[in-house]
Design a protein around this ligand. Structure first.
Ligand code: NAP
Length: 493
C-alpha cells in the first residue's frame, strides 16, 4: 500500500511554498511537498549564474503577507531570494513537509478511491486526496538544436545549470541568447574572459535600472515600521501594474503610451552606445511588451567593450572547438554558455503527465482543444487538482502576484468544500468555458493581437500564435475575483 496524504504539492518554489502555507492555514497537516532538486526555492535555488538579480523591484517581488526588510536594494540579488524562500518556509513551518531529490513522473486520478496516485521516479507511488502542481513556467531548461552542438569539446554551461567551479578567467567564451538572463550574465562574464561573443537572434527591450541600495538605517526603518516598506511597495506595485496594463493589455487604448516605453528604451540605448551600427543591431523590430522586457545599466556597456562582440548573423553550426556563423565567421571558443531559456510549450504545460477522469490526459487535452484553466487553477475533468502554472494563470510581472491570488482561490474553494462536508471538487465545463471566453475577449485589446509581435520570437506566444500564459487583466482584478467567484462554478461531492 502506498503512502496516503491529504495534499501533495509538486514543487518547492515560491508557488509550492505559498500553496502549502494556504493549506496549513486551512488546517491541513497531512501534507507532502515534493521537489526534484536537493533544496527549496525553485528558480531561485536552481539559477546560480553570476549577476543573478531580480529584475522586478524586490518590494513587489515578495509575498505581501511577508515583507522582507532585509533586501539589500530595490533589486535584490539571487541568493537573497533563496534565503527569503528558506526563511518563509521555516517561519510558516512548511519545510518539514518537503521531500527533496524526488522527481514526479506523473499523476492519475482514481475514480473509485477518489484520490490521485502520484508516480515518483524510481517506482514508488503516493496517494493524495488533493494534488497541487506548482512546477512553475520556467523549470525545463531549453538546449538549442544547433547542428554539431553535441560535438563541442569545450565546456557547455546552461545558465540554469551553472557550474560554480568553472573559471572563465582568460577564456574565449560565447553566449547564445539575449533574453533577461543573458542581459544579467553578460556583464559579469565580460569582466573575466579574454574574448566574449554574444550570439543574438532577437534583440530585447532594455530599460534603465533604478539600481538603488537600501542603506542600513532604511532597512532598520522597514523592520521597525513595516508601513514604510509597504509605502515603497505601493509605489513599485502601482508602477508595475501600470506598465503591464498599459503596455500590454490595453494596447488598443494606450498604444501611444506603449510607444513611450519603447522611446524610453531607445533613449537608454542612445545614451549607452555610441556606435550607430551596434545600436541598430540592438534595436527590437517588434513592439514593446510582445516579449519579456528587462532592466539593466550594465548590458549595453558590456557590449561596448573591445573584447566583446555582438554577432547577429546567426549560427550555422558548432564544431568541436568553434562556433561557425551563417556568414561563415568561425570563432574558436573554450566555453559555450547557453542563455537559451526554458521550454514552456513542449514539456512544461503540464510539467508532468496528469491523467484525470475517464483517462483525460491534461497535456494532450490542452493541445487538442485550447490552452485553458478556470481562473488559472482548475480544469474540468480533473477533480481535486490545482494546477498553478496553467494557461491564463500568470498575472503581473512579479510571480508573487500569481502565487497570492491562487492562495486566495484555494482558501475560498476549500472553505466551501469544508462547509459542505464534501470530499471532491471539480470546476464545471460551463464555468471554464465562460472564463476562457472572457480571457480571449480581453486579449483582443492586447499588444499580442493588435501590436507588431511577428518578429519577437516570444516564448509568451505559442506556435499557434496564441498568448495564453498570462491572465490579461490587472493584478487587482485577479485578486478581487478570487474573493468573489461563484461557488456554483464548482461541483462538490
Ligand atoms: P528567454 O527569454 O527565453 O531567452 C532565451 C534567449 O535564447 C533568446 O534570446 C533566444 O532567442 C535565444 N535562443 C534560444 N534558442 C536559440 C537558438 N537556437 N539560437 C540562437 N538563439 C537562441 O530566456 P531567459 O533569458 O532565461 O529568460 C526567461 C525568463 O526568465 C524571463 O522571461 C523572465 O521571465 C525570467 N527571468 C527573470 C529574471 C528576474 O530577475 N526576475 C531574470 C532572468 C530571467 P530568440 O529570442 O530569438 O528566441
Amino acid at each position: 500500500m502506498s503512502d496516503a496524504y491529504d495534499v501533495v504539492v509538486v514543487g518547492a518554489g515560491f508557488g509550492g511554498i505559498g500553496a502549502a502555507i494556504a493549506f496549513r492555514q486551512l488546517g491541513y497537516e497531512n501534507l507532502l511537498i515534493l521537489d526534484r532538486e536537493d533544496d527549496l526555492g525553485g528558480t531561485w535555488h536552481v539559477n546560480r549564474y553570476p549577476g543573478l538579480t531580480v529584475d522586478v523591484p524586490s518590494t513587489t517581488f515578495s509575498y505581501w503577507f511577508e515583507p522582507n526588510p532585509d533586501w539589500s536594494g530595490l533589486y535584490a540579488r539571487g541568493p537573497e531570494l533563496k534565503a527569503y524562500a528558506t526563511r518563509v518556509a521555516e517561519k510558516y513551518d512548511v519545510r518539514r513537509h518537503m521531500r527533496f531529490n524526488t522527481a514526479v513522473d506523473g499523476a492519475r486520478w482514481d475514480e473509485d478511491e477518489s484520490c490521485w496516485h502520484v508516480a515518483l521516479a524510481g517506482g514508488d507511488t503516493v496517494r493524495t486526496r488533493f494534488l497541487v502542481c506548482a512546477t512553475g513556467f520556467l523549470s525545463q531548461p531549453a538546449v538549442p538544436d544547433i547542428p554539431g552542438i553535441e560535438s563541442f569539446e569545450g565546456a557547455v554551461v546552461h545558465t540554469a545549470r551553472w557550474d560554480a567551479e568553472h573559471s572563465f578567467a582568460g577564456e574565449r567564451a560565447a553566449v547564445i541568447g539575449t533574453g533577461s538572463t543573458a542581459v544579467q550574465v553578460i556583464p559579469e562574464l565580460a569582466k573575466d574572459v579574454d574574448e566574449l561573443t554574444v550570439y543574438q537572434r532577437t534583440p530585447i527591450w532594455v530599460m534603465p535600472k533604478l539600481d538603488v541600495k537600501f542603506p542600513a538605517p532604511l532597512r532598520r526603518l522597514f523592520a521597525r515600521v513595516p508601513a514604510t516598506q509597504r509605502a515603497v511597495r505601493l509605489t513599485t506595485d502601482s508602477f508595475m501594474e501600470f506598465l503591464m496594463v498599459v503596455a500590454m493589455w490595453r494596447y488598443r487604448t494606450f498604444r501611444r503610451l506603449n510607444g513611450f516605453a519603447a522611446q524610453a528604451a531607445g533613449v537608454h540605448r542612445f545614451a549607452s552606445i555610441r556606435n550607430r551600427a551596434l545600436r541598430k543591431s540592438l534595436t527590437p523590430s517588434y513592439d514593446y511588451g510582445c516579449k519579456r522586457p528587462t532592466v539593466s545599466n550594465g548590458y549595453y556597456r558590456a557590449l561596448n567593450k573591445p573584447h566583446v562582440t555582438l554577432d547577429t548573423a546567426g549560427i550555422e553550426r558548432i564544431e568541436p572547438h568553434a562556433v561557425v556563423g551563417a556568414d561563415g565567421t568561425r570563432r574558436e571558443i573554450d566555453t559555450l554558455v547557453l542563455a537559451t531559456g526554458f521550454d514552456v510549450w513542449k514539456t512544461n504545460l503540464p510539467a508532468l503527465e496528469v491523467i484525470g477522469r475517464d483517462g483525460r490526459d491534461l497535456g494532450k487535452w490542452w493541445r487538442d482543444t485550447r490552452f485553458q484553466a478556470y481562473e488559472g487553477v482548475s480544469v474540468p475533468g480533473f477533480p481535486n487538482l490545482l494546477t498553478l502554472a496553467s494557461p491564463y494563470a500568470w498575472v503581473g510581472l512579479s510571480w508573487f502576484n500569481t502565487v497570492e491570488y491562487q492562495m486566495r482561490h484555494i482558501r475560498r474553494l476549500f472553505g466551501e468544500l469544508e462547509r459542505r462536508g464534501a470530499s471532491t471538487f471539480e470546476v464545471t465545463e460551463a464555468a471554464n468555458a465562460r472564463f476562457l471566453a472572457r480571457m480571449e475577449g480581453l486579449l483582443e485589446d492586447s499588444v499580442f493581437r493588435l501590436g507588431n509581435c511577428a518578429s519577437s520570437n516570444s516564448y509568451w506566444i505559442n506556435n499557434r500564435g496564441e498568448a495564453p500564459l498570462f491572465r490579461p487583466t490587472s493584478v487587482r482584478d485577479a485578486v478581487r475575483t478570487q474573493d468573489r467567484f461563484p461557488l456554483s462554478d464548482y461541483d462538490f461531492s
